[in-house]
Structure formats: C-alpha cells, structure tokens
Design a protein around this ligand. Structure first.
Ligand code: URA
Length: 229
C-alpha cells in the first residue's frame, strides 16, 4: 500500500496533507525514515512507527461490541451517543460497517467490521444466521407455541411477514428467544403480536459468537470463524 493512502485511511492526515505530515512527523519503517508520499509498503507485515509509537494495523478487523442502552447503532448523531464513539485506540482509526442494528433502548451484542462483504453476509435475509435475545415482558409469558408456529408482523416497509421463533425458553416473564431473521423491531413486534410489551431486550448471541464476559460499552476483536459453525 502507498504510504499516502495508509496515512489518510488511518486518519493521520488528509491525502493532500501527506507531504507536510511526512516533514513534520517521524515516520519510520524498518528503521528508516520515510519522506516520499509514494513510498510503498505492506502494512500487514511491516511495522510502522510514527513519532516513536508503533502503529496498529489489521485487515479486516471484526469487533464484538456490547452496545449499552441509550446508544444508537450508528456512526454519528447530533442527539444521542453512538456505538462508534465507544471504540478507542488503536481500533478507532478504522471505518466500520455495523452488521445488524439494535434499537436505542436495547442492549447487547453488535458486530462492527471493516469487511463490508461480511457485514452484508451477516445481515442478508438469506444468511439465516441465528440470533439469541433475552427478553423481559410486562407479564408472565404463556404464548410459546404461537411464536414457534409463527406470527404475522409488519416489517420495516409495513408489509406483512410471518415471523417464527426457532427456539424458546420461558421463566415467568423472562424469555430467551432464538430467531434467524432480522426484520425491523422484529422481537418487539413478535411479542406485541401475542399481546405483550417488551420491557427489556438484550442480544446475547449472533451465530456462534456470544457476549461472554463483555460489559456494557466493552468490545473485543474476533475472527470470522468465531461466528459460523
Ligand atoms: N428486535 C427488536 O425489536 N429490536 C432490536 O433491537 C433487535 C431485534
């Protein structure tokens, strides 16, 4: 990769400012200072130091994030904090796609990835990647059979859709639900369809990937193999 592309991609400076950046900052590769903007190197195999700091680089990067309640599954918003703001050094320099959003009042596992194709693959309706949710209802839940059989809900385009639970476990008003679809507000709408209101919603698993010991606001890097069976 050319060094000007690398420096601008990792947001050290704009592509136009690379010449100045290389003059005013000590960019070292294999022990030698780099001054040419067209210099080529392999960021996956060669370590770069800028002003005595080793620069982290990986491609792709997949992050499992514990989205806290109150955060938007988005990059930027004027009103609300966004999940991207949770990502700190050294991961903050990369551009992420959000694979499968959670509502602002929901919490739990959210995937950020620099691999656009993987994000597409995870969210594509045909992928049927199972997701598990822990849900607290406004009353003891007694309609497992209905959700396992399938209920009609409206999707994001207000079209009717038959949504089905793959698996369920119920303890009073606490329900663990597995689905392999991802329609707009799907879990809330499935419970609404049988007369309940979701009070709390937490996603614990996507495919094989789980929250494990992540705490709200925390994140960890994972490999694509951690997601699929
Ligand atoms: N279903 C919902 O209703 N909300 C979410 O955030 C995720 C799934």
């Amino acid at each position: 990769m050319r060094i000007d592309k690398f420096l601008s991609q990792l947001k050290f400076c704009s592509r136009n400012d690379v010449k100045d950046f290389l003059k005013t900052h000590e960019v070292i590769l294999d022990g030698k200072r780099v001054v040419e903007r067209s210099f080529e190197f392999n960021p996956e195999h060669q370590n770069m130091m800028i002003d005595h700091e080793v620069i982290f680089y990986a491609n792709p990067i997949h992050l499992a994030v514990f989205k806290p309640k109150g955060y938007l599954s988005a990059n930027k918003d004027k009103l609300h904090p966004c999940v991207i703001e949770l990502i700190k050094s050294p991961y903050h320099r990369f551009d992420y796609a959000i694979a499968g959003r959670l509502d602002i009042d929901a919490e739990g596992l959210l995937i950020l990835t620099t691999d656009g194709a993987l994000a597409h693959q995870i969210t594509h309706p045909k992928s049927h990647l199972p997701k598990t949710y822990e849900v607290i209802q406004d009353a003891d839940f007694k309609h497992e059979k209905d959700l396992l059989k399938g209920v009609i809900i409206k999707d994001g385009k207000n079209e009717l859709y038959q949504a089905k639970a793959l698996d369920m476990m119920t303890n009073k008003n606490h329900v663990i639900l597995k689905i392999d679809e991802g329609k707009f507000h799907q879990v809330k709408r499935m419970f609404q369809a049988v007369g309940y209101e979701v009070l709390e919603l937490k996603r614990t698993h996507i495919g094989k990937l789980s929250l494990d010991d992540l705490k709200p606001g925390g994140y960890r890097q994972f490999r694509k193999e951690d997601l699929y069976d």
